[in-house]
Design a binder for this molecule. Structure first.
Ligand code: 5AD
Ligand code: SF4
Length: 469
């Protein structure tokens, strides 16, 4: 009971008056896994302030849109959603209900007060570095009846100011979790807004990460994915006063009881150091799966993107990793239609995919972002060319993904079960290679790792039968 002050309040109410209605929070997350993590932390902060989560936006007293600015489409989606939310708010207001609206995340950081100008329905704009102040800012906006914009990069460390990890009411109990260990990026790829919206590289201290991971493990989490815009550039304060690398951090985390699996994302090829590669060979809790963006295959485009590596260097890094861990599967990010990309440049991208082979990949049409060097480069590529290149690339990637999944049929692999399937008796888990695996099981397997023999490999998932235990 101590953990849930709100429950105390409701259940101990012995007066005739109905218990006060708990305030409901709806959080909508756009974009990357780091936003998923931030949304959880914001929800928990509001949970400590007495809120519970709701999936139904029409029932929410407070709505948080945690936004993404990486491509134009994602940013514009926020404004169209705000248009719909305005109507919802009007309806609720006519029923005498209050609805407070906050815009958080990278659009908040990049556009600040412009959001309130374009969407006056918004009460609060809060950037990714100051969201630990969400409850306080929301209370202030309400008390003073005014709109607030906070996109500061405050001195105080948001992570230590946030309440301890504790799933809030209404949240589903997870067996897998994200944990942000690093934020920001100093690489300045010429297409990317991240160095501007998330700021310079920052790594959390090892002690704080271990503490958070232990909390998650004791709440039943079996697999943690460490997050950072440039996670393998991690260099946080070590326990002994020195500096820890990502390899050191992974090794420390693997000592935590109950925590069975570790992953990390997103990595830059330049930061795939020998010690990190060795962890893939030596630490069995580190899963044989790596997300390693290459963005483009041709050296000319890689140079124009300021990626600081060539195609040959990327291939060489992949060879070293696969040498250390032969069963490692790769995933990647690719952009088509970067300014100046010729047919031959695009062919080099396809060739990279054919040579490396990916189990999964994310591919995007280049999207011009205000303030980035690439946005003013000559040779912007027409939309129809981008559309065709993306379709060709995705055909190849889909073939590879299906081939990888099909190659698993007949194999037995450990699967961590994390959620019930759609039908009664079905349960869904994850393979070491991040594939979704569906099995039939009469007993509750959630949170358990069982050996599964794969019987079917489809484009997006596997089906199997439990063989042990
Ligand atoms: N246009 C298209 N894709 C982009 N990405 C980042 N910026 C852009 C952009 N301006 C992609 C990159 C990155 C992923 C997270 O998003 O591939 O790795
Ligand atoms: Fe953006 Fe490049 Fe940094 Fe990735 S490495 S966040 S693509 S600037």
């Amino acid at each position: 009971m101590q953990d849930t002050p709100f429950l105390d309040q409701v259940e101990s109410s012995d007066s005739e008056a109905p218990a006060p209605r708990v305030k409901r929070l709806h959080v909508r997350t756009y974009g990357c896994q780091m936003n998923v993590y931030d949304s959880e932390r914001m929800s928990e902060a509001m949970g400590a302030d007495g809120y519970e989560l709701t999936d139904d936006i029409a029932d929410a007293d407070m709505v948080v849109l945690n936004t993404c600015h990486i491509r134009e489409k994602a940013a514009e989606k926020v404004y169209s959603d705000l248009g719909r939310i305005r109507k919802l708010k009007e309806e609720r207001t006519s029923q005498g209900k209050e609805t407070r609206i906050a815009v958080a995340g990278c659009v908040a950081q990049a556009e600040g007060a412009e959001i309130i100008r374009r969407a006056p329905v918004v009460d609060l704009v809060v950037g990714p570095q100051s969201y630990h102040r969400l409850p306080e800012l929301m209370a202030r906006s309400r008390a003073e009846n005014r709109q607030i914009v906070d996109t500061e990069f405050p001195e105080d460390d948001k992570f230590s100011a946030l309440p301890e990890r504790k799933p809030m009411r209404g949240a589903i109990r997870s067996r897998t979790a994200f944990l942000t260990v690093q934020e920001g990026c100093d690489k300045f790829c010429t297409f990317c807004v991240v160095p501007y919206t998330r700021g310079v590289e920052f790594s959390r201290p090892v002690a704080a990460i271990l503490e958070e991971a232990k909390k998650l493990a004791s709440a039943g989490v079996r697999e943690i994915t460490l997050l950072g815009q440039n996670v393998n550039a991690y260099h946080g304060d070590a326990l002994d006063g020195g500096t820890a690398s990502l390899a050191d951090l992974l090794n420390r985390l693997s000592d935590i009881d109950g925590l069975e699996r570790l992953r990390y994302t997103t990595s830059h090829p330049r930061d795939m150091t020998d010690d990190l590669i060795a962890v893939h060979r030596d630490n069995s809790k580190v899963m044989p799966y790596l997300h390693l963006p290459f963005q483009a295959g041709s050296d000319g485009i890689l140079a124009a993107m300021n990626r600081k590596h060539t195609g040959a260097e990327y291939r060489e890094i992949v060879a070293r990793i696969r040498n250390a861990r032969p069963d490692l599967a790769l995933s990647t990010d690719i952009i088509v239609g970067f300014p100046g990309e010729t047919d031959a440049d695009f062919e080099a991208t396809l060739q990279m995919v054919r040579d490396v082979t990916y189990a999964q990949a994310y591919s995007f049409k280049y999207s011009s972002r205000p303030g980035t060097p690439a946005s003013t480069m000559e040779g912007q590529i027409p939309e129809d060319v981008k559309v065709q290149r993306l379709a060709d690339l995705q055909n190849l990637l889909n073939e590879q993904q299906l081939a990888f999944n099909a190659s698993c049929v007949g194999r037995t692999m450990p699967v961590l079960f994390e959620r019930p399937g759609k039908l009664n008796g079905q349960v869904i888990g994850r393979s070491p290679w991040l594939q979704s695996v569906l099995v039939e099981s009469a007993v509750d397997r959630l949170g358990h790792i069982c050996d599964v023999e794969i019987t079917h490999g489809g484009p997006n998932s596997l089906i199997g039968q439990i063989v042990a235990p």
